[in-house]
Every structure is written in structure tokens, then in C-alpha cells.
Write a protein that binds this ligand. Structure first.
Ligand SMILES: [Fe+2]
Length: 101
């Protein structure tokens, strides 16, 4: 495999790895923190998917290593999944506010 393509593939695999890690983080947060009428059903579904998403991350990490790349540590993480962020809280007036954590 040409070096240029190997590096490109490692870069794409690393990006996919981070997406899986970020999904695990957001599923974990939402599986515990959601409130609302259908929250319990959704929380259970998300909790069951966490292990599967972590397995995807492990598979991608192993492939990065096989192709001569380095599996990055947390200091390389750049969040990108705004749509999977846990929702804000509802206040007394029924308005939803974004989290600030
Ligand atoms: Fe996945």
C-alpha cells in the first residue's frame, strides 16, 4: 500500500474511532440523565447500545494499530456531535435550557 494512502486510511479510521468514543460518551450521559415521559424507554435502549458502540471503537483502534498508526489519547479529542448532546433542563415555566457543563 502506498504511504500516502496508508496515512489517509489511518486518518479516516482515527476519525471514525473518535466518533464511536463520542457516541459512547453521549449515550452514557443520555442513558442516565434523560427526563420526561418516554425517558425510561429511551434510557434503556441507549444503555444497551453503549457496549456495541465501544466494540466499534475497539475494532477501529485495532485497525489503526495494524496499519502502523497510533491510537490517540484523550488530549487529541475534538468533540463534533452536537446533535447527540444531552438536552438541557426544563425550568418551572416549562422552558428548556441548554446545559452549561
Ligand atoms: Fe458505532
Amino acid at each position: 500500500m502506498k504511504e500516502k494512502y496508508r496515512k489517509q486510511i489511518v486518518s479516516m479510521l482515527t476519525q471514525a474511532y473518535w466518533m464511536e468514543i463520542e457516541t459512547v460518551t453521549n449515550y452514557l450521559a443520555n442513558s442516565v440523565d434523560l427526563d420526561g415521559v418516554r425517558a425510561e424507554e429511551i434510557k434503556k435502549a441507549l444503555a444497551m447500545d453503549i457496549t456495541e458502540e465501544l466494540t466499534h471503537a475497539q475494532t477501529l483502534a485495532k485497525r489503526v494499530k495494524e496499519l502502523g498508526g497510533r491510537v490517540p489519547g484523550s488530549m487529541s479529542f475534538k468533540p463534533a456531535q452536537k446533535s447527540l448532546q444531552p438536552p438541557g433542563r426544563y425550568d418551572e415555566c416549562g422552558c428548556r435550557h441548554q446545559r452549561r457543563d
